[in-house]
Design a binder for this molecule. Sequence first.
Ligand SMILES: [Mn+2]
Length: 318
Amino acid sequence: MSKLAGKRLSNLIKELRTDRQICIMTHDFPDHDAVAAAFGLQYLLQSVGIETHIVYKGMLQSPSLEHAILLLNISIYHYDDVVEGGAQIITVDGLPSISEDDDVKICAIIDHHKFSHPEYVTYKDIRASYGSCATIVWDYFRDSKTNVPQSIATVLLMGIMMDTMFMTRGVSQTDLRAYSELFYLGDWALASRLLRNSLSIDNLSVFQEALKKYRRHNQLIFVSISIECSVEVQALLADFFLGLREITIVAVVIRHSGTIRISLRSEDKSYPCDQLIRKVVEDIGQGGGHAHMAGGQIPDNEYPGDAEIEKRLCEGVF
Ligand SMILES: [Mn+2]
């Protein structure tokens, strides 16, 4: 191991055995921030001679992310295609769905969400005050005095901008430092162009349904979408409603590959999303996130119906 690895990276490397496959795994249905964090970390580990695969479960659902992966030459694989028995997993930006049948071991967790992370994992770097996981990985570059190549800087910029909605929410001082440094190192124009064009004409039917069906309770909007919808479109829809000046809390429910997903947004500090989501999914699912933004999942067969979710939400707020 290089002496230049830096403290954080050295501590991470101590958890890894190089005689087994090492995979950096994003949360299921990865988003820009998850892929950015994985891509950055892969480069760092490679620079000290450790080869890894970036893997995910679910699907890549964002055309803008797929475009970025192609343009910036990011090697990312579906879990089922490359992960070997006994593999060591480093998770980034949220826990993937790894079951006991998967013959793998999570050996490190790097995240900016306050989920309940498994006890047995000894290396946990959770920084819930950060706006993005990409910022944590940037800090590993800084700590190990490793130069950030242009393609990595561009992807990290995408991750930071996506999760902070172009530096307008959940921004910590470190996010700002990372952003301002990466701005000069990466291709900021490309990163922003890819992000700003993440919707397509096909997605308008989701917005149409949302505009017809949304339910307003004072400063709160609840909307449940019945047509197939990606998590990325769900997020953009939630942000759209939050942009209404009368509205400070938004919940968007979608159906997505066997689960019901709830995306929550709040601009009101008295109603932090991470607490609210726990009330909404209590006894039926799981959820977590930040004060300004959180998400929850409920298995299809446990779903109590939109009316019950709406009721729980209103009870949490009024
Ligand atoms: Mn993130």
